[in-house]
Design a protein around this ligand. Structure first.
Ligand code: ADP
Ligand code: UDP
Length: 239
């Protein structure tokens, strides 16, 4: 596989072409941003952890019936993925109140919901990723009705699989963000990443935050938290 030109540099990853028009290489950086890019920093070793964690979880999800863009881990920071056209909707699933949900609705963090919730943001940096509902997404032709149904089905399935998986690691899956894309033939697959940058993960026993909130909220011990959550995951896969 020949690595081609850089197509895109995002906040957390770089994307490269390959000699196969249907494949891309993503390269994970240590750069961290929050609040729509207003807060910037570095989390040493994050790129390696996010790459490896996302790949382990995507392989696991594929076994459980969720198709993904994952093809092959190329190195500590680089992965070969299927090229997709990203559906410009960020899907957020929540099991417990936190973050923008707690703020929007004026409730404390940590309320355990009877059933998971789903919401969409319009993936558009200039607009600050505004919340959007299915009718608005259809009106803007961001996806078809069928695609949205598929995305919802896969998102709840991801939640069931990962909630159970993290539970075995002594970790509570609070909420997370997913992105989906279309392959050349229109098939919807899970894309982007699943990592402590995109999930809230709390230690089940102590409630300690083991995710990007440590960076967002200046809680300290950011690198240690990423290492701790990665260790929990690799122990579970090896054990
Ligand atoms: P951002 O664009 O939000 O700064 P990143 O730094 O993570 O985010 O950049 C990675 C970009 O690559 C994102 O825009 C993401 O939607 C996109 N992407 C992820 N997976 C794929 C894929 N399989 N094919 C095409 N684009 C992808
Ligand atoms: N999230 C993400 N990217 C975003 C927005 C949110 O990965 O652009 C993740 C975030 O890490 C959390 C979940 O989605 O796990 C819900 O985030 P929330 O809406 O509470 O927003 P925040 O508190 O991050 O503003």
């Amino acid at each position: 596989m020949v690595k081609g030109e850089q197509l895109y540099e995002g906040k957390a990853k770089k994307v490269f072409a390959t000699d196969d028009p249907e494949l891309l290489i993503v390269s994970y950086k240590d750069d961290a941003t929050a609040f729509n890019g207003l807060k910037k920093g570095t989390i040493s070793g994050k790129g390696v952890i996010n790459n490896q964690m996302s790949n382990l979880l995507m392989r696991y999800l594929a076994e459980k019936g969720v198709p993904t863009h994952y093809v092959q881990e190329l190195s500590e920071r680089e992965t070969l993925v299927k090229k997709v056209s990203i559906v410009p909707l960020e899907v957020i699933i929540r099991n417990i109140s936190a973050g923008s949900f707690a703020k929007h609705y004026g409730v404390e963090e940590g309320i355990v919901f009877d059933a998971p919730t789903i919401e969409f943001s319009y993936k558009n940096d200039e607009l600050g990723d505004p919340l959007i509902n299915e009718y608005h997404a259809l009106a803007l032709k961001l996806a078809t009705k069928e695609e949205i149904e598929t995305i919802k089905k896969y998102s709840f399935r991801v939640n069931e699989v990962l909630k159970d998986f993290w539970k075995q690691c002594g970790v509570t899956l609070v909420d997370f963000k997913l992105e989906f894309g279309r392959l050349a033939d229109g098939t919807i697959v899970l894309a982007d990443e699943i990592s402590p940058d995109t999930c809230r993960l709390w230690d089940s026993a102590t409630g300690k935050k083991l995710d990007k909130d440590r960076f967002r909220r200046d809680l300290g011990g950011v690198e240690d938290a990423y290492q701790e959550i990665m260790k929990r995951l690799t122990d579970a896969f090896e054990g």
